[in-house]
Design a protein around this ligand. Structure first.
Ligand code: F6P
Length: 343
């Protein structure tokens, strides 16, 4: 087969490992089949605005250890800017045969629509939240968990010095995977996740229990968590480009409530985008590189409408509908297992 020209774009919130995907794809494609690559800047925005950058071996050298994405990202929805017709027009103009789209749930849902409308697309799953169906892990998650764990180890020593309760807020819009894994790693006294509404009485029970044993309680909370008394997520920052509420601040809401209910001085820390920035972990670099390589093999096999994924330790290819069909939430039994160690 003659070499193809493949477009790459990164879409949605960034995740450590995006650059390793790009490098893995470009090196594999150039070396194994003479494919050439073009980057579309800032997600779908670069496609609909025809904003490209060259992606050859030269541009991707050494980038597997860099956080962020050298081609930029956005939450632009192509269907709000001309849809499949505009995408096909720009691909034709740039002589691009097919697209590799690295994205999360929203971006891959868009990719699936475009595929149905005749655009040849391979998906690569990405999110630090690890909430995509169809794959056991997404790159970025391991890095985020590592950063959150290190930050909370630090919160514990200062909390212990002052006998305070520390509330640490981590990312996790719909799911509590980062909270669960970092909370287990750090030995938190309570983990609060979006999948499980919890009352102030329960929170007070665990915080007081830990304090009465002589510990400085550490509570990990995912940004999308809701108290049993809440009927919507805590959001004070308006909506993002995709029309979703901007999250962040639930720890600030909880800390005074815990202080008041327990009489224990309580402080809140929101880790925010620190979890998404910076150097990817070795695990994420390897996973992302393998995803990039597999995406090129999938394109070569014309597996349009599919995405690469990891099952156990194997990289496989699944239909995009598996990723966008359902969120991968924390199963009840996984949370209950962790809860045995609360308090
Ligand atoms: O989806 C990944 C994520 O990091 C969520 O955990 C978070 O709610 C969201 O992105 C934040 O996005 P932004 O950087 O656009 O505010």
């Amino acid at each position: 087969m003659e070499g193809m020209r493949l477009g790459i774009l990164t879409s949605g919130g960034d995740a450590p490992g995006l650059n390793a995907v790009i490098r893995g794809a470009v090196l594999t494609g150039e070396r194994t089949a003479g494919h050439s690559f073009v980057g579309f800047r800032n997600g779908w925005q670069g496609v609909v605005e025809d904003d490209t950058m060259p992606l050859s071996r030269h541009q991707v050298k050494g980038i597997n250890k860099l956080g962020g994405t050298i081609i930029g990202t956005s939450r632009t929805n192509p269907y709000e800017h001309g849809g499949a017709e505009r995408v096909k027009e720009v691909l034709a103009k740039n002589e691009v045969d097919a697209l590799i789209v690295v994205g999360g749930e929203g971006s891959l849902a868009g990719a699936q629509e475009l595929y149905k409308d005749g655009v040849p697309i391979i998906g690569v799953p990405k999110t630090i939240d690890n909430d995509l169906g169809g794959t056991d892990y997404t790159f970025g998650f391991d890095t985020a968990v590592g950063i959150a764990t290190e930050a909370m180890d630090r919160l514990r020593t200062t909390g212990e010095s002052h006998s305070r309760c520390m509330v640490a807020e981590v990312m996790g819009r719909h799911v509590g995977w980062i909270a669960l894994h970092s909370g287990l790693a750090v030995g938190a006294h309570l983990i609060l996740i979006p999948e499980r509404k919890t009352s102030m009485d329960e929170i007070t029970h665990y915080v007081k229990g830990a304090y009465d044993r002589g510990r400085a309680p550490l509570v990990v909370v995912a940004e999308g968590f809701q108290l049993a008394s809440m009927d919507t997520v805590h959001s004070e920052l308006g909506l993002d480009e995709a029309g979703r509420p901007r999250l962040g601040g639930i720890a600030n809401l909880l800390a005074p409530l815990i202080d008041e209910a327990t009489g224990i001085e309580t402080r809140a820390t929101t880790l925010g985008h620190i979890q998404r920035g910076g150097t990817p972990s070795a695990f994420d670099r390897v996973l992302a590189t393998r995803f990039g390589m597999a995406a090129v093999h999938a394109a070569q096999a014309s597996q349009w409408g599919h995405m690469v994924s990891v099952r156990g330790t194997d990289i496989v290819v699944v239909g995009l509908e598996e990723a966008v069909g359902s969120l991968k939430v924390v199963p009840t039994e996984r949370y209950d297992e962790a809860a045995l160690l609360f308090g």
